[in-house]
Design a protein around this ligand. Structure first.
Ligand code: GTP
Ligand code: SPV
Ligand code: MN
Length: 576
């Protein structure tokens, strides 16, 4: 028998069109129950108990990992599926040449077929959330309807969930309708659909990350980028970090790197010994998404719309990212790592040696050196395994994460994984040249999206999978934003991933990247000159603090080789 949906939501929802929408979805998907989230601690405990009972979560050893849980997604559902992601604008040209497009009525019809009756036996969770500090004028409210308790628990960490968001909405406020249904997790019945004209997102058939936590890539980038163009601001795939200089002044940098190319790592980097001793400190504001608006000084300020980090676990250890390791020591959800017998977790690159045995991310028995039928080593954790943790648990979280006005941005960085061609760092000659550097960015494909790992693809501003409208108009919007600013940030291109002829990385990366940030800030303050190369401004070696680094002979020069033949080829490729 169908429950009385009205009576389940009546006590909690006063917004009349929101009420209508929830009822419409409930009548379509037919859940057994509806639960409106209020964000309280007791609700968290209740949701955890539900997830433990259904097997969606496993409780980890509380003596080692207090408040931590383990989750496996289905094995064909471990990364964003860009080929199943659509911008369903009214006109195809508004989605542009880089997005998949589907006619909105066709898209709704397809999703309705999959969703119909799909929540029988399940609970429909209603998740009111704010992207950005609840009272900020730059924040946006969303409501996600989902039949996944895993999604509900993740959204509570990743966004500001609950009553405050409902209060901000009032009885007639504007919100993004985010509908998520797991359906049967069949990849052939999976769709991630965006309807910019309806301020709506419908995602069916996936339970993973960016496909399912709809506040993240779907709202805070695809829908928000389109809104930003209309309203005169920008939604970008950027980390935000504060650099505190020895004299105590703080500068903020925003950086766009494609998925799994180092945003979380740079956002919470540990200064190398020599810079730490000089007095440098790092403060993390955001690790994935920035919303940028023009401030009263005629520059750009940024807020982090998120409240948590959904970061790559694989390769994370106390040498590469000690702050992340501390952040994920408690109250963390681990997805698709290996589960050890003692109720703790392990992944490739972990501080601890590989366990003698464990269950891998597919729940198969795993031992070190295990080979698959193809003869290749079997990984215990999926390369795109993830942690979900509140950014407040990061030891170097910035005091500005809740600042409703955001932080002023001194420099914007673009960068990808390039084995060759791109130097370690180069400075644009102007805002528009910087926009060109971002627009022509390229990177080797990683495990964060399905497809062939390693293949070089153009990824403008690291937004190729996330721009919710026509990429040509997106470039135009960047140029227009530059025109409106008296004090635009300087724009740089960086490449931590250049290799020598033997494929060895030339640059140690991670914390050492602060040496390059220090040079960038010196440039922003006009303290040093750059070498003008045909492709951009390069640092003089004397202006970069390389003390204690022990780069091999000739390595610095190799990092900055601008090869004429390669660059002519590069420019031909950029024409595409
Ligand atoms: P998304 O969450 O997918 O958007 O990724 P992200 O950009 O936050 O990437 P993340 O910081 O998680 O880094 C991904 C991988 O890149 C990690 O496994 C790191 O090992 C590697 N990485 C990060 N920074 C550096 C660096 O400076 N040098 C090198 N060589 N590798 C790095
Ligand atoms: C990315 O792929 O850029 C991520 C992870 O940050 S996801 O949430 O899956 O988009
Ligand atoms: Mn990302």
């Amino acid at each position: 028998m169908t429950p009385n949906y009205v009576s389940l939501i009546e006590p909690f929802i006063s917004h009349s069109s929101l009420k209508d929408w929830i009822l419409e979805v409930a009548n379509l998907a037919q859940p057994d129950s509806i639960c409106v989230l209020n964000g309280s601690e007791s609700e968290k405990t209740r949701l955890e108990a539900e997830a433990l009972a259904s097997g969606e979560l496993v409780k980890l050893n509380p003596a080692v990992l207090p408040g931590c849980f383990y989750h496996r997604s289905s094995s064909n559902d471990v990364a964003r599926t860009e080929n199943l992601t659509y911008i369903c604008a009214q006109n195809q040209k508004d989605a542009g040449p880089t997005n998949n497009w589907m006619d909105p009525s066709e898209a709704y019809a397809k999703a309705v077929k999959i969703l119909a009756g799909s929540m029988r036996g399940r609970t429909l969770y209603v998740i009111p959330f704010s992207m950005g500090p609840v009272h900020s004028a730059f924040s946006k409210i969303g409501v996600e309807l989902t039949d996944s308790v895993y999604v509900a628990l993740n959204m509570r960490i990743m966004t500001r969930v609950g009553q405050a968001a409902l209060d901000r909405l009032g009885s007639d406020g504007v919100y993004t309708k985010c509908l998520h249904g797991k359906a049967d997790l069949d990849i052939n019945r999976r769709l991630v659909l965006h309807f910019p004209q309806d301020n709506a997102i419908w995602s069916v058939g996936s339970g993973y990350g960016g496909n399912a936590l709809l506040g993240k890539k779907c709202l805070a980038l695809r829908i928000a980028s389109a809104l930003g163009r209309k309203e005169g601001w920008m939604a970008e795939h950027m980390l935000i970090l504060g650099v505190e200089k020895p004299d105590g002044t703080k500068f903020y940098i925003a950086a766009a790197f494609p998925s799994a190319c180092g945003k979380t790592n740079l956002a919470m980097l540990t200064p190398p010994e020599t810079l730490r001793k000089k007095g440098y400190k790092i403060w993390t504001v955001g690790d994935d998404i920035a919303w940028l608006h023009i401030n009263e000084q005629g520059g750009l300020s940024a807020i982090n719309p998120e409240a948590g980090c959904f970061g790559v676990v694989s390769g994370t250890n106390s040498k590469s990212n000690i702050n992340a390791m501390r952040m994920i020591g408690k109250n963390t959800i681990f997805t698709n790592v290996a589960l050890k017998k003692d109720g703790t977790v392990w992944w490739e690159g972990h501080d601890d040696p590989a366990p003698d045995s464990a269950l891998d991310w597919k729940a198969e028995p795993w031992t070190p050196g295990l080979k698959g039928v193809d003869g290749k080593l079997v990984k215990a954790a999926h390369p795109n395994s993830r942690f979900t943790a509140s950014i407040r648990q990061c030891p170097c979280v910035s005091s500005e994460v809740d600042n409703e006005f955001g932080v002023p941005i001194s420099a914007i960085l673009f960068g990808g994984r390039r084995a060759g061609v791109a130097p370690l760092v180069m400075e644009s000659f102007s805002w528009n040249h910087g926009v060109y550097l971002g627009a022509t960015m390229a990177s080797e494909r990683t495990a964060a999206q399905t497809g062939n790992v390693g293949e070089v693809r153009r990824d403008p501003m690291a937004m190729l999978p996330f721009c919710g409208y026509n990429m040509g108009e997106y470039f135009e919007h960047w140029i227009n934003m530059g025109r409106k600013m008296q004090r635009p940030p300087r724009i740089y291109h960086v490449n931590w991933f250049r290799t020598d002829e033997k494929n060895n990385l030339l640059w140690p990366g991670f914390g050492e990247n602060l040496r390059i940030l220090e040079w960038i800030l010196q440039r922003c303050e006009g303290r040093v000159n750059a070498i003008e190369s045909p492709v951009g401004g390069l640092p003089k070696v004397k202006d970069v603090d390389l003390s204690g680094l022990n780069l091999g002979p000739g390595v610095w020069d190799q990092l900055f080789v601008v090869n004429k033949k390669e660059w002519l080829e590069e420019q031909r490729a950029q024409e595409e």
